[in-house]
Structure formats: structure tokens, C-alpha cells
Design a protein around this ligand. Structure first.
Ligand SMILES: NC(=O)c1ccc[n+]([C@@H]2O[C@H](COP(=O)([O-])OP(=O)(O)OC[C@H]3O[C@@H](n4cnc5c(N)ncnc54)[C@H](OP(=O)(O)O)[C@@H]3O)[C@@H](O)[C@H]2O)c1
Length: 234
């Protein structure tokens, strides 16, 4: 199955994994719509890729409803949007952990409810390997990712014949760590790369390729695929 002529919505499409997915889908001939909160981030990408941009905030019921009212029926929806706030379990602010769930988990819930996906089309969620390989100070991210994986499996049944899958990335070098001091970010990425069987961290394109496969493989549903450079066997 090809993406040529398919309508593909990438929420989180202005950056990182979402941007790489939008690029891949566009290259395959899809009619691509990218969505995220900031028009200032969306517009230059939309202009460069020659795709449509629709400002959207997945933490808002109304904003997600408006997005899919504007798109009408679509073939594939990819959700990479997330803004994660975490910290030590005993002291992290409840507002921060609630905000993490609001975007990453309830955002996916809203999108799955509002999107009108044509039969045989797909919804792809992006989780993260902390669901199965937890680290200190990130319990809320582990929990959100685990919940999303369960949601993907449940929706594969309930939304059929729409297909629902999730990709779980390992450490991917994207703007998600833009707030980290550059030296610390580089050191963390280098250490991670050295410890992985593949000897490098992931690129956004590595995950986009898996998302592309979920969209085009009509037999894939209810699948959770870990693309992590071998982190889980390390
Ligand atoms: N990078 C990694 O190492 C890694 C590892 C495991 C899992 N993941 C997961 O992969 C996904 C994509 O991450 P990434 O690395 O591509 O991050 P990224 O480069 O920071 O991109 C995040 C995108 O989401 C959008 N976004 C954030 N909050 C939003 C909201 N409330 N509503 C709509 N759009 C929103 C951002 O645009 P605006 O700011 O304009 O809204 C941006 O387009 C996330 O779910 C992340 O948890 C990433």
C-alpha cells in the first residue's frame, strides 16, 4: 500500500519525529496536514514542505475538535505531540504530572475520539521506552507511555477496521531536549550512544520509517514496536 493520494495528519508535525514523518509522507505523495500549538513553528515547515498547517493544542477538547472539523475524513493520523514535565516522584509538582498526562495521554484520547479515519486507515501513537525501562525521576513518563500502549491495543479492537498502533522510541536526538544545556545534552547523547548495540542514538527519521510502515502495512494493528537501538536488550 502506498501513501500516494492519502490524507495524512501529523499532530506534532512541526518538529522532531513528527516533522520527519510529515516529510516522509509528503515524499510518498500524501496530502499532508501538520498540527501543533505554535503557528510560528508550523508555518515555516508548512511552507518548506508545501503542506497545510493547522494550529492545534491537544490539551484542549475544542482545539482537537476544530482540527478534525477542518480536515474532514482522513486516512492516517499520527500523534507525536507531547510536552513532558517530570521530576523526583516525592516532590514533583502535581500540576506538572497532570500536565504531562493531559498532553500525552488525554491528548491521544481526544485525537482518537475526534478523528474520522477512513476504514483501513490508521492511527499511530508515539510512546517511549521508559514504559518498560524506567529511570529515576520519570515515573509519570513511564506511566503515561504504558497507558498509551494499553490504549493503542484497546483501540485496535474498538476502532476496527481503523488500525491502531504505537511506536516506542529509545533516545532520539530531536529538539525535545532543547531546554537542556548544550554540553550536558551532547554528553548524555554520547554516553547513550556508546552504551547501545548500534553505537549511536536515534534520529527522527528512524522512528518516522516505523510510522510509515504502520501507515502502509494493512496487516499491522494492535502492535507496539520498540525502535530503540537495542536499549531493551542491553
Ligand atoms: N526524542 C526522544 O528521545 C523520545 C524518546 C521517547 C519518546 N519520545 C516521544 O516522541 C514524541 C515526539 O517527540 P519529539 O522528540 O519529536 O519531540 P519534539 O521535537 O519536541 O516535538 C514535539 C512536537 O509536539 C508539539 N506539541 C507539544 N505539545 C503540544 C500540544 N499540547 N498540542 C499540540 N502539539 C504539541 C510541538 O510543537 P508546539 O510546541 O508548537 O506545540 C512539536 O511539534 C513525544 O511523544 C515524545 O515523548 C521521544
Amino acid at each position: 500500500m502506498t501513501l500516494a493520494g492519502k490524507k495524512v495528519v501529523v499532530i506534532g508535525g512541526s518538529s522532531g519525529i513528527g516533522l520527519a514523518t510529515a516529510e516522509l509522507a509528503k515524499k510518498e505523495g500524501a496530502d499532508v496536514i501538520i498540527a501543533s500549538r505554535s503557528a510560528a513553528k508550523l508555518d515555516p515547515v508548512a511552507e518548506r514542505l508545501k503542506v497545510t498547517a493547522i494550529p492545534t493544542d491537544v490539551t484542549s477538547d475544542q482545539s482537537v475538535a476544530d482540527l478534525f472539523r477542518r480536515t474532514g475524513p482522513v486516512d492516517h493520523v499520527v500523534l507525536t505531540a507531547a510536552q513532558l514535565r517530570t521530576g523526583p516522584f516525592k516532590t514533583v509538582a502535581m500540576d506538572d504530572v497532570r500536565a504531562t498526562m493531559e498532553g500525552k495521554f488525554w491528548g491521544a484520547w481526544r485525537v482518537a475520539r475526534e478523528a474520522e479515519i477512513r476504514p483501513g486507515g490508521s492511527l499511530t501513537l508515539v510512546t517511549g521506552f521508559l514504559s518498560v525501562r524506567p529511570r529515576p525521576n520519570s515515573a509519570i513518563i513511564s506511566a503515561a507511555n504504558g497507558a498509551l500502549e494499553s490504549l493503542a491495543r484497546a483501540l485496535a479492537l474498538e476502532l476496527a477496521p481503523v488500525r491502531v498502533n504505537a511506536v516506542s522510541p529509545g533516545v532520539i536526538d530531536t529538539p525535545i531536549r532543547a531546554a537542556m544545556p548544550e554540553a550536558a545534552r551532547k554528553e548524555m547523547l554520547a554516553k547513550t550512544a556508546a552504551a547501545l548495540p548500534v553505537g549511536r542514538v536515534g534520529m527522527a527519521e528512524d522512528i518516522a520509517r516505523q510510522i510509515g510502515s504502520f501507515m502502509s502495512n494493512g496487516f499491522a494493528t494492535g502492535s507496539i514496536v520498540y525502535v530503540d537501538g537495542g536499549a531493551l536488550v542491553n
